[in-house]
Write a protein that binds this ligand. Structure first.
Ligand code: AHZ
Length: 311
């Protein structure tokens, strides 16, 4: 029988299936016309389990002390992560995304249409990422990416390739870790996490305690209010760190996009808020299906975080 030896496995028998010669291929082209003799390299199921879990638990260990936690991997959170990870390869950046699929609302444009509109000057960020777009001419105030998924998948793939970033998806931030500053105020010192499916069942299952990540800087980009959205700023209200939320206002593209970018800031010591979560704090208008402010709020959130590290 075939055997494999891993560092913790000892000798274990591989699958009981027929043993044939593994196909060797340096390129996909070499497989063309060779399907009759096709055979994957053999594997035992436990090798797969160990390959996944060993890495995941090493990541949980490594990122338990992070430099920056980004809450929410929507268009703002991913843009933030890209700028930060590129600028500071020495910082450990954990992204916590409640959904299985990162990307938030940015897989489509408005009303589930494909195209994504970005108002100028956010076209600069598209050029930085290498995302192609259509420009409707020198006098046009916006550019159009042919599919929102092209923007989202490009920024996501770049973020995931940075060695100093880990995305923990299907994981919800359930609370903030806080420290008192001795003067009645608090400083954010990390996040409390749980599997999203567990977070959704605290009402019908007893005591399912969470996990934690310590970090001196948390950047919250959880989107506008909803079952998960506006998470951190709602928690700041219940912790009496801000008196009330302004509540997102009606749609006004011109006013909304400028306001979100300009007001992206550290709301409480150690907590930077960007994207549409911010509209709930300031009572800012929504912009609907234009995404320039999300990208540039991400750029500014990253700059705000870098100021803290550079101070
Ligand atoms: O799953 C959420 C989404 O992917 C995630 N999220 C929310 N709460 C979370 C929590 N823990 C972990 N407690 C959480 N993750 O945050 C992500 C938010 O992405 P989004 O696309 O909703 O927000 P954004 O601010 O990046 O982009 C907003 C896009 C909008 S909405 C809008 C309008 O309605 O006018 N206009 C634009 C451009």
């Amino acid at each position: 029988a075939l055997h494999t030896k891993g560092p913790h496995s000892g000798a274990v028998p591989l699958s009981g299936g027929p043993v044939g010669k593994t196909m060797q291929a340096k390129t996909v082209e070499e497989m063309h016309g060779a399907w009759d003799s096709f055979k994957f390299a053999p594997i035992r199921e436990s090798q797969v389990s160990r390959a996944m879990t060993r890495r995941y638990f090493a990541d949980l260990d490594h990122y338990a002390e992070s430099d920056i936690v980004i809450v929410g991997a929507g268009s703002c959170g991913l843009s933030t992560a890209y700028v930060l990870a590129k600028a500071r390869p020495d910082l450990k950046i954990a992204i916590i995304e409640a959904g299985v699929a990162p990307g938030g609302g940015a897989w489509l444009g408005g009303q589930l249409f494909s195209a994504m509109v970005m108002r100028k000057p956010a076209d600069a960020f598209l050029r930085e990422l290498g995302v192609p777009y259509e420009d409707e001419g020198d006098n046009s105030s916006f550019v159009v990416v042919k599919h929102a998924a092209l923007f989202t998948s490009t920024v996501l793939s770049k973020v995931l390739q940075f060695p100093n970033v880990k995305l923990f998806n299907a994981t919800a931030v359930e609370d903030l870790i806080t420290r008192t500053d001795g003067k009645g105020g608090i400083r954010i010192a990390g996040v409390v996490t749980n599997w999203t499916l567990v977070s959704m069942h605290h009402d019908d299952q007893s005591c399912m305690d969470p996990n934690t990540i310590n970090a001196p800087v948390v950047i919250s980009t959880t989107g506008h209010d909803g079952p998960f959205g506006a998470f951190s700023v709602k928690r700041l209200v219940s912790m009496q760190q801000i008196s009330a939320l302004g509540g997102m206002r009606g749609l006004d593209m011109n006013v909304a996009e400028d306001a979100i970018v300009k007001n992206t800031r550290e709301i409480a010591p150690g907590l930077i808020v960007g994207g549409m979560e911010l509209s709930e704090v300031d009572g800012a208008n929504r912009m609907g299906p234009t995404f320039g402010a999300m990208a540039l709020s991400g750029v500014k959130a990253a700059e705000e975080a870098l100021k803290i590290f550079d101070a």
